[in-house]
Structure formats: structure tokens, C-alpha cells
Design a protein around this ligand. Structure first.
Ligand SMILES: Nc1ncnc2c1ncn2[C@@H]1O[C@H](COP(=O)(O)OP(=O)(O)OP(=O)(O)O)[C@@H](O)[C@H]1O
Ligand SMILES: [Mg+2]
Length: 350
């Protein structure tokens, strides 16, 4: 089963936006599969978009969080905090089919929604990893794998694909998500901190030192000692790489520097990458590498309207739309450009 984590420890690079678009497009192009999105972020932005966008999505999130138990990831985590080392197998209780909330989402897409309550629970989850119980770290770090297993069992082993939206910081939830996943999609944008993040991801996840004698992350060391699998890099997605008029040169320079950084990651760490599609030859030059491991996603009015209204690009139509009480025009050219970006990206996802 393919389980994709969408993560970069740089904030605001489009992790949640891409989770929303990719999962929706993937659900549409794989109608015989069930698609599970787990939102492991307290901001719950991917859930907000899937549940109908800025206004409607937020209201629905409130409703899910006001039920007892909460119909969100925080409901599941609460069960696990009560019973950290014995799996209560309650994962499916927190799963919702999204279509009744948002008719624009394909009906094979299911969500365990994000929840701000995760912030409150985080310290309890972290203490459960250090309880003195010999396997504590490892058991707690498989809570999300357990949740996925609960859903898989309930779905009677049907074909399924999972997308996990992650928090930017390397928090306990990010660790749980990464260890539940087997493939990593890394969005980045055109700024210096994105460039730094390309290296940071490597050192946090794969223990690759950024300078001599740099300490390795506890995550890396423990994953190894408990024999837990770390996801393979599946692709880098350059998001919003359209240059702003005033700083085209600076913008292009940073995009090309990030390209160099990613290329050097590949050259020094080929084992950490997932060759795809299955059976494809290992890239031997930069063009083939970029084709396999890089994608670009743009921004324009169509994509902004899509995320604001919670209508995935595949289902958005051109014309005048109401966004926060204002009329906004989505023109057909902008829309088809954005749709092509997402289709191209999803066509690379197995
Ligand atoms: N390609 C895009 N087109 C239109 N809007 C976008 C695009 N990418 C991101 N956005 C918007 O930019 C904002 C930041 O994106 P998003 O929330 O997805 O980033 P993130 O990496 O998940 O952030 P965080 O680190 O806070 O979780 C959101 O309002 C999102 O809808
Ligand atoms: Mg996010």
C-alpha cells in the first residue's frame, strides 16, 4: 500500500494545498480505490479545504470538533493517550466520507480530519514515548500505522492509497506521520529557507550530518534501533515558482540553487529515493532525474479560488465565483494551466 507523507520542515510551502489537490485528483483518476487522507496538523488546513473551503469548511470542522468524542484525529489520539501501549483499534470511528460535506470531492475519498486539539495533546503523546516501558518509543510511533491498519481491515483489504498532511515542525505528530508513511513528497517554494530545508529534511530523517560532528536526531537513531522504516523520497514539488515582476533575477537564482541542492541530494543519497514507476530505470542524467523526481505547481486566480472554496481544480469551472462576498473571475486559460499542473503531478504518483 502506498502511503504518502507530504512534508517539508519549512512552513507555508503548500503542503496542505497540495494534499487537498493531489488527494482529490488521485481519487478521481483511481475510482476503484479508496483514498484516505489523514490530517496530522493542528491547523487542519487540508481538512478545511476538503470540507468546503474558507467559510463552509471551517464551520464543518467546528462541528466535527464539537462532537463527543471529537470526530477528528484528536478523538483517535485521545483513545491512544488513555491506552498508549495496547491498541484499542478504534481508528475507523474517526473516519468520515467527505462527499456529504463537500459535493465536489469524489466519493471514494475519506478523511480523518485535523484538529487544533492536537497541540494540547502533544505533550502527553511525547511523554508516552518516554514512560520507561521498553518499547514505548516504538509503540507510540506506530499509532498512525495502527490507524491505517484499522481502516484497511474495515475496508476488507480493498485497494487503498493514503495521503498524510504534516505539520511543518518536526513535532511528535510529524514523526508519527513519517513513520506511518513509505513515500515522501516534499513541496518547496522559491526562498532561501526552502533551500535550507532541503538539507534539513535529510539530516532529520536520514541522519545525514550537515557539518562534522553534528548530533543525529533522536528520531533517526530510534527509528534505526527499533527497526522502523523511514519513507523514501518520492518527489520534490516546486510550488508557486512564478517570479514576481520586481525580482525576477533573484527569484530565478534561488530556484536554480534549490535545483542544485536537490540534484546533490540525489547524487549523494540515491538509496533514499523511490524509483518510480515500478520497474523504471534509475535516472542517469539530470533530465531523467528531474522528470522522475520533480514537479512544478503554479499559482494564479484559479488555484486561489479553488482552495478558498474547497473546489478541487479538477471540479472547478471558469467564470465568476463568489469568494468572501466578492466576485472573482476564473478565466479558462488560468484554470486549464492549473489543472494541467496537478494532472501532471498526479500522473507521476503510483
Ligand atoms: N499553488 C497554489 N495556488 C494557490 N494557493 C496556494 C498554492 N499553494 C499554496 N496556496 C495557499 O497558500 C497558503 C499556504 O499554503 P499551505 O497552507 O498549503 O502551506 P503549508 O505548507 O501547508 O503551510 P503550514 O506549514 O502552515 O502547514 C494557503 O492559503 C494555500 O491555500
Ligand atoms: Mg499545512
Amino acid at each position: 500500500m502506498a502511503i504518502y507523507a507530504i512534508w517539508n520542515n519549512k512552513g507555508n510551502v503548500g503542503k496542505s494545498y497540495l494534499t487537498f489537490q493531489i488527494a482529490s485528483e488521485y481519487a478521481k483518476t483511481h475510482p476503484l480505490q479508496k483514498i484516505l487522507v489523514i490530517d496530522l496538523c493542528p491547523q487542519a488546513k487540508a481538512s478545511g479545504m476538503l470540507l468546503g473551503g474558507m467559510i463552509e469548511g471551517e464551520k464543518r470542522l467546528e462541528q466535527l470538533g464539537s462532537q463527543m468524542p471529537r470526530q477528528t484525529i484528536a478523538g483517535y489520539i485521545a483513545d491512544r493517550i488513555i491506552s498508549p501501549y495496547v491498541n484499542p483499534k478504534t481508528g475507523t470511528s474517526y473516519l468520515i466520507n467527505v462527499t456529504p460535506y463537500n459535493q465536489y470531492i469524489p466519493d471514494n475519498l475519506y478523511l480523518v480530519s485535523g484538529d487544533e486539539q492536537l497541540e494540547v495533546q502533544a505533550s502527553r503523546v511525547a511523554s508516552a514515548t518516554h514512560s520507561g516501558q521498553p518499547e514505548a518509543w516504538s509503540i507510540v510511533h506506530t499509532w498512525i500505522s495502527d490507524l491505517i491498519a484499522d481502516v484497511k481491515n474495515a475496508w476488507n483489504q480493498e485497494d487503498m492509497t493514503v495521503f498524510l498532511d504534516c505539520n511543518p515542525s518536526f513535532s511528535i505528530y510529524t514523526e508519527l506521520a513519517l513513520l506511518a508513511s513509505n513515500r515522501l513528497i516534499i513541496p518547496f517554494s522559491a526562498d532561501v529557507s526552502s533551500k535550507r530545508a532541503v538539507k534539513a529534511v535529510l539530516s532529520l530523517l536520514y541522519g545525514i550530518a550537515r557539518y562534522p560532528e553534528a548530533p543525529q536526531s533522536e528520531f533517526y537513531l530510534n527509528s534505526h534501533s527499533f527497526n522502523l522504516n523511514i519513507p523514501e523520497i518520492y518527489c520534490y514539488v516546486g510550488n508557486r515558482l512564478t517570479p514576481e515582476v520586481k525580482s525576477v533575477k533573484a527569484f530565478k537564482t534561488i530556484v536554480s540553487e534549490i535545483g542544485e541542492e536537490i540534484w546533490s541530494v540525489w547524487q549523494n543519497h540515491k538509496n533514499g529515493f523511490r524509483i518510480h514507476p515500478a520497474g523504471a530505470p534509475v535516472p542517469t542524467n539530470r533530465t531523467d532525474f528531474n522528470q522522475m523526481f520533480q514537479a512544478v505547481v503554479d499559482v494564479n486566480t484559479a488555484s486561489v479560488v479553488s482552495s478558498a472554496l474547497g473546489i478541487p481544480l479538477i471540479r472547478l469551472t471558469a467564470g465568476i465565483k463568489q469568494v468572501s462576498g466578492k466576485n472573482v473571475t476564473v478565466n479558462p486559460k488560468q484554470l486549464s494551466k492549473q489543472q494541467a499542473n496537478i494532472q501532471d503531478l498526479v500522473s507521476k504518483i503510483e
